[in-house]
Design a protein around this ligand. Structure first.
Ligand SMILES: [Zn+2]
Length: 194
């Protein structure tokens, strides 16, 4: 049975906390992963990092629709990353290679309701991480899948997508961010303040 967990929003200090590596794939880690997939799906997101549900293990999950992983925007087009499951778990992930070619795309984030903005990301990356069996493995990702993984790995380092907005875009969302931060802080349990 998986649990739906509340999603932490901007202003919650945990979103700035760097994650800690996972030592072993324990039942608790498997439960965390199940809860993260369930919470992400219920929120209609395509990626989620542990900090977004108040945890600091270096774990993120991605679940993208097949239509976001096609070589072309045509129904019959082949998948861009045919060897990668559309539901992907990255444990202790680290980018070991990134393409020099980058592309911009409008991104959103479950921790930033109502805020979107263009972010420049590497087109393809190679990620070294642990598999669900606890063994080290590498996964090559391209396109939107690579983008989603970079967004989630940023979370694990305490980096947020708004940090990567252009100067002009940062100015444009400054007030929205301020309000979101105030709302989040007003609703934080007292023990988390300070
Ligand atoms: Zn996010």
């Amino acid at each position: 049975m998986s649990n739906l967990l509340p999603i932490r929003t901007y202003g919650d200090p945990i979103l700035r906390e760097p994650s800690r590596p996972v030592d072993a794939i324990t039942p608790e880690i498997n439960e965390l992963i199940d809860d993260m997939f369930a919470t992400m799906k219920a929120s209609q997101g395509c990626g989620l990092a542990a900090q977004q549900i108040g945890r600091t293990e270096a774990v993120c999950v991605i679940d993208i629709p097949e239509s976001h992983d096609l070589e072309e925007e045509k129904d019959e087009a082949p998948r861009l990353n045919p060897d990668v499951p559309l539901r992907l778990v990255l444990i202790n992930p680290r980018i070991i290679e990134a393409s020099s070619n980058t592309w911009g795309l409008e991104e959103g984030c479950l921790s930033f309701p109502d805020i979107t903005g263009s972010v420049e990301r590497a087109w393809s990356i190679v990620v070294e991480h642990l598999g669900l069996d606890g063994q080290p493995t590498t996964t090559k990702l391209q396109g939107f899948f690579a983008r989603a993984a970079q967004h989630e790995m940023d979370h694990l380092a305490g980096t947020l997508f708004v940090d990567r907005f252009s100067y002009v875009k940062k100015l444009a969302v400054r007030n929205k961010l301020k309000h979101l931060q105030e709302d989040t802080r007003a609703n934080l349990p007292a023990r988390q303040l300070g």
